[in-house]
Design a protein around this ligand. Structure first.
Ligand SMILES: C[S@@+](CC[C@H](N)C(=O)[O-])C[C@H]1O[C@@H](n2cnc3c(N)ncnc32)[C@H](O)[C@@H]1O
Length: 260
């Protein structure tokens, strides 16, 4: 009997870039080209593509993080943190003891993030660091919390990224992953497909980044495992009390796990 290969098995010998099969060693370079191309328009495109929903989803992520409102120290690493959206939300909702590291592989996305952090007056509380989610440049047990928002599906070996998340968290640390997921509502899923494949690439062309980067982004969403499968991968990395919460009918989901 022929069985479709899971994304995990494919990672050993082949990888996908959107719907295209590529060599695993080539994939990150292709992903980096996408974010180099879109960096300056990334925030605008996020609003256009999601109709602003990504803001609500990121607010949900930060409320699940539940940072202390006091001056109690609290350190977050936001991996694939790009333009620093999650880090800035943390600092707005948390107390004076909150600090964030934004770690991203793309210097262009980090440049945009740095400008936003400075404009918001939070430069003293945010460190922006270039690094790969698969090999984070931090010692073990460094952070109270780890977030990754719309980032993990861009990583070639995401089981390596999950192991790294576990490694850099302190015992008692909280892992939260916000990612597009499998829509659970029948009519909504067809509308969502139409929007993803017909509207989003055209929006990319309209804002001047071209259709191709956005074709990759929507295709990569379809290649990402469904909620239950991804929860199993989070557990396999060592996390406990793994749960998830669907957002907007499962168009996105937040997976939560703890390093006990
Ligand atoms: C869709 S953006 C998400 C940005 C931000 N987290 C947000 O929600 O607005 C994906 C980000 O993942 C980053 N990325 C891709 N591969 C990565 C890797 N292996 N390690 C770290 N960051 C990576 C990209 O450079 C990009 O900034």
């Amino acid at each position: 009997m022929v069985r479709a290969m899971s994304r995990n098995e494919q990672n050993e010998t082949a990888a996908t870039f959107g719907f295209r099969e590529v060599r695993p060693e080539d994939r990150q370079g292709l992903v980096n080209q996408v974010f180099t191309t879109v960096a300056d328009r990334y925030d605008l495109m996020n609003d256009l593509m999601s109709g602003g929903l990504h803001r609500l989803w990121k607010n949900d992520l930060v409320s699940m993080l539940n940072p202390p409102r006091s001056d109690q120290p609290f350190s977050l690493i936001d991996v694939a943190g790009g333009t620093a959206d999650v880090a800035l939300r943390l600092l707005r909702s948390g107390g004076a003891g909150c600090r964030a590291v934004v770690c991203d592989i793309s210097p262009e996305m980090l440049r945009v993030g740095r400008e936003k952090v400075e404009a918001a007056g939070h430069a003293g509380q945010v460190m922006l660091v270039q690094g790969n989610a698969e090999a984070l440049p931090f010692p073990p047990k460094s952070f109270d919390a780890y977030t990754i928002a719309f980032g993990i599906r861009n990583v070639t070996h995401f089981e390596r990224a999950l192991r790294e998340a576990y490694r850099v968290l302190k015992p008692g640390g909280h892992f939260l992953c916000l990612e597009f997921s499998e829509c659970q509502v029948p009519v909504l899923d067809s509308l969502y497909d139409l929007h993803s494949f017909q509207v989003i690439p055209r929006l990319g062309a309209l804002v001047g980044t071209g259709e191709e980067p956005y074709r990759y982004l929507v295709e990569s969403i379809r290649k990402f495992p469904p909620q239950e499968t991804f929860a199993g991968m989070v557990r396999a990395a060592g996390f406990e009390r793994v749960t998830w919460r669907d957002l907007t009918g499962g168009i996105a989901a937040i997976h939560s796990g703890w390093r006990i």
